[in-house]
Design a protein around this ligand. Sequence first.
Ligand SMILES: Nc1ncnc2c1ncn2[C@@H]1O[C@H](COP(=O)(O)OP(=O)(O)O)[C@@H](O)[C@H]1O
Ligand SMILES: [Mg+2]
Length: 199
Amino acid sequence: MKFDEPEGATPLDPDEINGLKFDHISTRGELDELEQANITQGLRWISRRRSGDILTDDFARTLHKRLFGEVWDWAGTYRLREKNIGIDPFHISVQLRILLDDARFWAENGTYKPLEAAARFHHRMVQIHPFPNGNGRHARIATDIYLSDYFDHPPIEWASGFDLQADNARREAYIAALRSADAGNFDPLLEFVAGDKAS
Ligand SMILES: Nc1ncnc2c1ncn2[C@@H]1O[C@H](COP(=O)(O)OP(=O)(O)O)[C@@H](O)[C@H]1O
Ligand SMILES: [Mg+2]
């Protein structure tokens, strides 16, 4: 089975597709719906969550499992395969820990304004690409939790009325901004996360 992916997504390997917990899924739309239902449950889990540090690799994995664990049996486990996006899988756990420590440092020392810390956190998280799939959705939610817990800041308007999982102008701007950040220029991503608000 092969699902059409939007631009800037990570295609699944056959063994990852075997991790699908449902038989008889044949279209991208059916899969999207199952994942979305799971994500809705995950978001409810987040809102019930007691305090506790979210900048830990345990939380990153638990969050991924809460968002995708009803659909994929590899949810919450790091990627073992190379992808078109992402670092060498061998380096994921160390690089993710460094990012989480950096993000804590930025918040504790006021290194960046909240939205810039969030943009940098988000970009590095998707650049590491810890999981076989769901990295964009996981990292957008993780970034909003980081903003809330560490900065008492409202969430980012990622979609702004569009579907960020489909090809459209908003996704185009998002992917282009991430690619700029890959090249070291964060301005487009800062503009993207700020929306019409000042950062
Ligand atoms: N050039 C890039 N640099 C960093 N991150 C990227 C780049 N291109 C895409 N991404 C991120 O990867 C995500 C796609 O990865 P994927 O695991 O398929 O996530 P999802 O299934 O949630 O869409 C995009 O939503 C985006 O966050
Ligand atoms: Mg994907």
